[in-house]
Design a protein. Structure first.
Length: 245
């Protein structure tokens, strides 16, 4: 009896102590999923870190190489697009070539070369070209040319020069130009007051020499320039031929 009661008591006493142990075990078992969840989260972060490191450039040289390759690819693509013809656009017609000047190769001291190089005789050169007299004046000689300046042409009534340069007025322009030219190279010293000088168009001009000033008709000679095929006397007025009788 005594032994039996003693065993019962030990069992009863031990029982309360086992219950907390089982509860602790249950709590421990119940908390295991949370631990496993944390472990899996750490593993995910570790895997992501490893993956990002795999894509991280190993040095500045790799970055430069990637940038260079990207630039080369963009340039090549742009060149292909620029070279590829646009089927929606027709080829533009080639620009028309400018007509070559009718000035032949001339000696630098040729009368025409001197006039062409003078900024004060652009209108005279334009008139020679419109009359197709450039070659004739350049090739022949010796000649004496009385060359009006641009300001001399400006003294004419408004629209006169523009009208003379029109193709339909070429004959009238030629008559005026020929009235400025005579044969032989005549320096200033060869003229005398009251001299009648025959011109290339057959009409005559009147030379005046007063107080050292040389003039032809109503135009003053303001300069004289010798050339390889004659002489140029620069004048401040345009010589207009007399009306035919």
């Amino acid at each position: 009896m005594i032994a039996a009661s003693t065993r019962c008591a030990s069992v009863c006493v031990a029982a309360p102590h086992r219950a907390p142990i089982r509860e602790a075990k249950r709590n421990h078992v119940g908390s295991r999923p949370r631990v496993e969840h944390l472990a899996s989260t750490r593993s995910w972060h570790r895997d992501c870190t490893i993956s990002l490191r795999a894509f991280r450039p190993r040095g500045g040289k790799d970055v430069k190489a990637l940038l260079i390759l990207a630039v080369i690819g963009l340039v090549a693509l742009g060149c292909e697009r620029a070279q590829a013809p646009d089927p929606g656009l027709e080829a533009a017609p080639a620009p028309a070539r400018r007509q070559a000047s009718n000035l032949p190769p001339l000696h630098p001291t040729n009368i025409v070369s001197i006039a062409s190089g003078s900024p004060d005789h652009t209108t005279l050169v334009a008139a020679l070209q419109a009359a197709d007299y450039v070659t004739a004046v350049a090739a022949s000689g010796p000649l004496t040319v009385f060359a009006p300046t641009n300001e001399a042409f400006d003294k004419l009534p408004a629209g006169t020069v523009e009208s003379l340069l029109e193709p339909e007025n070429a004959d009238a322009l030629r008559e005026i130009l020929k009235y400025h030219v005579t044969t032989s190279a005549l320096p200033v010293a060869s003229f005398r007051d009251g001299q009648l000088l025959a011109m290339a168009n057959g009409a005559k001009t009147t030379i005046r020499l007063q107080e050292g000033q040389l003039s032809i008709n109503d135009a003053n000679v303001i300069a004289s320039i010798p050339g390889s095929n004659g002489i140029i006397h620069v004048i401040d007025g345009v010589l207009l031929p007399p009306a035919p009788e």
